[in-house]
Design a protein around this ligand. Structure first.
Ligand code: MLT
Length: 258
């Protein structure tokens, strides 16, 4: 399906995929820093931001195919650097596993390769039903928001929290329910990590309450030669909470590729 997107900057192509119930505006800081040197493609994934929200389950592989369709539409056939935060990382891993020829390098940001536990999948289904019954995403925002940021972000950068809260509240209930159901059935990609041949950067927020540091450690052990950087003073949303350290790690990695 057609995705809304930003396409900014010169140079080699870097694609960044946002997290669940967010949109491409989460990369606004990176748009000016990384987009000054690289050609940044920032899609709004299916159901998010300005992209249409179809009915049904938002399968991670289908969301990945949307991204490849966008690149094809832009005539970008050379391998790209693909990065994704959390859900964006699940989608990036889907592309790495199924279409490795499309990748020059991979950036896994505050994400994991493991699938949902049956308990986690049940919680997602309950939340999906609640959102559908209520017709708005208030309950998802209330459940997720306290877990998204480091303590210091809540204390010292309430404007970042408010911005994200507004972004989440704009995502339609249908899209949130469809995505929750798609995430609940996503495959475990842990075994696929060993097959990844391209340079990989793994970023982890030092205080990420949603994806513990163990998960990125596990990925780093499976992925020979991957570079893992822990971003200080950051919860789940390092690109917003500590853009300086996040951008420095990303730019250093990108420089090492060319
Ligand atoms: C995200 O930030 O994309 C979500 O937390 C991913 C998830 O719920 O597994």
């Amino acid at each position: 399906m057609l995705l809304a997107f930003d396409d900014v900057g010169p140079g080699p192509v870097v694609v960044l995929l946002h997290g669940f119930s967010l949109d491409r505006s989460m990369w606004s800081q990176q748009k000016s820093s990384i987009g000054a040197i690289y050609r940044l493609i920032l899609p709004d994934l299916r159901g998010h931001g300005s992209t249409a929200a179809p009915e049904g389950i938002y399968n991670v592989d289908a969301m990945a195919d949307d991204v490849l369709e966008l690149l094809d539409g832009l005539q970008i056939h050379e391998p790209v650097v693909l990065g994704g935060l959390s859900m964006g990382g699940y989608i990036a891993l889907s592309i790495a596993a199924r279409h490795p020829e499309r990748l020059k390098a991979l950036m896994l940001i505050n994400t994991k390769a493991s699938a949902d536990t049956p308990e986690a999948a049940t919680v997602r289904e309950q939340l999906a039903r609640q959102v559908e019954a209520e017709g708005d995403v208030h309950s998802v925002v209330a459940t997720m928001l306290p877990k998204l940021f480091a303590r210091g972000t809540f204390e010292h950068h309430p404007e970042v929290v408010t911005r994200l809260q507004n972004q989440m509240a704009r995502t339609p209930a249908r899209a949130v329910a469809g995505t929750l159901r798609g995430l609940a059935i996503r495959p475990d990609r842990t075994d696929d990590l060993k097959k990844i041949q391209v340079p990989t950067l793994i970023l982890a927020g030092s205080e990420d309450a949603l994806i513990p540091l163990d998960e990125s450690d596990l990925m780093a052990r499976q992925l020979t030669g991957a570079r893992r950087v822990v971003i200080p003073e950051s919860g789940h949303l390092s690109p917003l909470e500590n853009p300086r350290a996040t951008d420095a790690a990303i730019l250093e990695f990108l420089e090492s590729l060319w």
